[in-house]
Design a protein around this ligand. Structure first.
Ligand SMILES: Cc1cc2nc3c(=O)[nH]c(=O)nc-3n(C[C@H](O)[C@H](O)[C@H](O)COP(=O)(O)OP(=O)(O)OC[C@H]3O[C@@H](n4cnc5c(N)ncnc54)[C@H](O)[C@@H]3O)c2cc1C
Length: 529
């Protein structure tokens, strides 16, 4: 059911819930969907309104203003406000749901490159990935079935050569707004669930704990009150109480809320907020020209295409690829429609030998079939100097709380990963006849020397916020445990990419959803005990 915090009595306490999920973006909505119609009385706090769609309310979005460290200031000064949305549905409102699971190897330590790894076997995520995949209406979970993709894309990757360091990999995307805006796709399911209360205009300010910070006792929240002049101010304060709490406020805000709540969850090594990572991106890193036009089926592999699949009549059957144009567009939802294309990605052996981060190369071929733009996105190391802190000299415009300061760093290892990724790619393409090659990004300098905007080939942040509350088996190494519960706090969990110990190159949301479903199942099981 829907409820509105502005209709509560002053200083009300909203209580009698088993679980309170704070934040209704990809992670929060995925959890609510999984918990719908179970016996768990669930409260979903939404810092937005039911009608939110596409563009956030400007006042609410202003809460996302923060400050950027020196390096981030050079790369993307507006990063904090631009790369996330404070509204119902969160940042799913402007994403295109590019999707791919992490490679299992991404979850394991890579000796000589990074010691970090996930505290459970990456294979454990597979059933959750399969369910997360349904959120994108992506059909079969078959990223490795190249025969299928060659048929469906009318394509093949470049022919393999001995000692290749790269191979083809598949990406998917979902641009249908009714699907990728999670608050739209799951609106009725969440609204009509007998056990879920969705509380709108409910903004978490701080978490309240017992004196040892071992147990969360309640949430201090407020509404936002709009003024006739178009401004906004803090509205009515209220508390929310539940047996267990889940922070699902996005990769930066989850950290800030713990910091605002007395550095809740920090450990002896002071790791709260440390190890912040993105997927750095060079959209226009290099240009290549092949000696002869590249065959159309190879170019097809790299071309983003709309795919239509008819699901099998029974579980385990084959998906039928629909090639005929749709005569009746109104029947479009009888089919699964999404986009798919191929990229070049590092082989696992390459990563081990080179001791570098995982990466993917997107090739954009020109109309002449012989020229291509090389686009690189890659994995960072979890570097503890790359961090989120509170900026106590600047406060948000509504509640007057310190804003987040993001001091994102790229270190020598990250730079080496990018340089080697480009060298390996250019070698791979040269061996296929791309003898003319021009670097657009200047990668000659030190770790923090790059080409910056507005120059072509500039470094970008990739908009994915990962790390900073990493998952670890031991409280000495991270902030949350193997079940996403804060080490040392018995009833507080985190959903979202802040818990990723490592990030691979895959866009994070499929993994965020998979982890959210895993956490929901864990809470269901825990409640039953
Ligand atoms: C332009 C762009 C394109 C992207 N494209 C892709 C893509 O193609 N594929 C992909 O995998 N990822 C993509 N991403 C990243 C993706 O959007 C995020 O990974 C994903 O939305 C994160 O989910 P989340 O639930 O953790 O956070 P969000 O979706 O940001 O949701 C956080 C929620 O918490 C709420 N909230 C925040 N603070 C509070 C508070 N104090 N109290 C109550 N509620 C609060 C917010 O209002 C919001 O609803 C893209 C990002 C951007 C910016």
């Amino acid at each position: 059911m829907y409820a509105f915090a502005d209709q509560l009595d002053a200083d009300a306490v909203v209580q009698d819930f088993d679980i309170c999920i704070v934040g209704a973006g990809a992670a929060g909505i995925a959890m609510a969907q999984r918990l719908a119609n179970t016996s768990l009385r669930t409260l979903l706090l939404v810092s937005g309104q039911p009608s939110d769609r596409g563009v956030p309310d400007a006042n609410r979005q202003a809460l996302y203003q923060g400050t950027a460290g020196d390096f981030l200031q050079k790369v993307d000064p507006d990063f904090l406000r631009r790369s996330r949305l404070n509204m119902y549905g969160g940042t799913t409102n402007h994403f295109g749901f590019w999707a791919r699971p992490l490679d299992r190897a991404d979850t394991m330590p890579r000796p000589g490159y990074r010691d970090a790894g996930w505290p459970f076997d990456g294979g454990e995520l597979r059933p959750y990935y399969i369910d997360a995949h349904e959120f994108g209406h992506f059909g079969p979970f078959n990223y490795d079935d190249m025969d299928f993709w060659e048929r469906v894309l009318y394509a093949r990757c470049f022919d393999p050569l001995p000692d290749d360091k790269l191979s083809g990999a598949i990406m998917r995307a979902q641009y249908e707004e009714n699907l990728h805006d999670f608050q739209v796709q799951f609106r009725d399911q969440v609204k009509n669930a007998s056990n879920i209360t969705v509380l709108f205009n409910a903004h978490l300010l701080t978490l309240e704990t017992d004196e040892n910070q071992r147990h969360v006792t309640g949430l201090n929240c407020s509404t936002i009150e709009s003024s006739a002049a178009g401004g906004a101010r803090a509205g009515m304060p209220f508390k929310a109480r539940a047996r267990r709490y889940v922070l699902a406020c996005g990769g930066i805000e989850n950290v800030r809320l713990l910091q605002l709540s007395g550095e809740l969850g920090n450990n002896k090594r002071d790791l709260l907020g440390r190890g912040f990572m993105v997927h750095p991106l060079l959209t226009n890193a290099a240009h290549v020209r092949f000696d002869a036009p590249v065959a159309s089926d190879i170019r097809n592999f790299f071309r983003e295409q709309q795919i239509r699949l008819k699901p099998p009549p029974s579980v385990g059957g084959e998906y039928q690829h629909m090639v005929a144009p749709l005569v009746n567009p109104e029947l479009v939802f009888d089919y699964l429609m999404f986009n798919a294309w191929g990229v070049l990605a590092a082989r696992h052996q390459t990563l081990l030998e080179e001791r570098i981060g995982n990466f993917r190369i997107i090739l954009y071929f020109g109309a002449d079939a012989a020229s291509a733009v090389v686009n690189l996105n890659w994995e960072q190391t979890p570097d503890e100097d790359s961090r989120i802190t509170l900026n106590r000299d600047q406060v948000d415009p509504i509640f007057g709380q310190p804003v987040a300061h993001v001091d994102w760093r790229l270190n020598e290892t990250d730079k080496r990963s990018a340089v080697r990724a480009l060298e390996i790619t250019l070698d791979y393409l040269r061996a296929r006849g791309a003898s003319q090659q021009e670097m657009i990004t200047d990668v000659s300098g030190g770790a923090e020397e790059w080409t910056f905007l507005p120059e072509p080939g500039a470094l970008e942040t990739g908009d994915h916020h990962m790390g900073a509350l990493r998952m670890s088996a031991s409280p000495a190494d991270g902030i949350v445990d193997i079940n996403s519960r804060l080490h040392g706090v018995d009833n507080l969990y985190v959903a979202g990419s802040a818990v990723f110990p490592t990030g691979g190159y895959a866009n994070p949301t499929l993994t965020i959803v998979a982890l959210a479903l895993r956490l929901a199942d864990h809470l269901k099981a825990e409640n039953g005990r």
